[in-house]
Design a protein around this ligand. Structure first.
Ligand code: 5GP
Length: 190
């Protein structure tokens, strides 16, 4: 069986990457890696579906057990990718999507140089601010923290293989599909 592609997607908070990925994941050839986090669930978020929500202690135990492929701190919480489901799904031919922040992505770059790195950028920082305010899931303080973080993350986009600007949603989705198709057709992946 041909192995799937490991696809790492990063985007500053409020770039609409969730909306893009929801469309992409309708295709069963993809497997979305559910991360573990110590962040509290937002309204509507389900344990085991959106994240595995863990206590600090549980998370740190898993670090000690080497259960994470990568992990990082982001705005005061731990986030990490569990190793086992990734390996299993790649082996059975799924394209595995890791939706992770920049530091975690750079850890994967070192560990898995064959992975593909996609950065989703907003048309502007002003657009990020509007989306975060409109989403209304974070306090003004956290929104400011995330905006600062977004600015820093935008400076890292040159470390990725592809940059997709999410201005018009349908175009961003089409761009994402084109990138994956081109990767599938590469001689070394065919
Ligand atoms: P949020 O709290 O908005 O769900 O996620 C905050 C940030 O953490 C986002 O940039 C998201 O992509 C990132 N993130 C989610 N899961 C992981 C993970 O497993 N590892 C790392 N390094 N970042 C993650």
């Amino acid at each position: 069986m041909k192995k799937g592609l490991l696809i790492v997607v990063s985007a500053p908070s409020g770039c609409g990457k969730g909306t893009i990925l929801r469309q992409i994941l309708k295709d069963e050839k993809y497997y979305y890696s559910v991360s573990a986090t110590t962040r509290k669930p937002r309204e509507g978020e389900i344990d085991g579906v959106h994240y595995c929500f863990l206590s600090h202690e549980q998370f740190e135990n898993l670090i000690t057990e080497n259960a994470f492929l990568e992990h990082a701190s982001y705005c005061g919480n731990y986030y990490g990718t569990l190793r086992k489901p990734i390996e299993e799904n790649l082996a059975n031919g799924h394209h595995v999507i890791l939706e992770i922040e920049v530091n975690g992505a750079m850890q994967i770059r070192k560990l898995c140089p064959e992975a593909k790195f996609i950065f989703i950028a907003p048309p502007s920082l002003e657009a990020v601010k509007k989306r975060l305010e409109h989403r209304g899931t974070e306090s003004p303080e956290v929104i400011n923290q995330r905006l600062q973080q977004a600015e820093e993350e935008l400076n890292c986009k040159n470390q990725y293989d592809y940059c997709i600007i999410n201005d018009v949603l349908q175009e961003a989705i089409a761009d994402f599909k084109s990138v994956i198709r081109a990767e599938e057709l590469k001689i070394q992946n065919a």
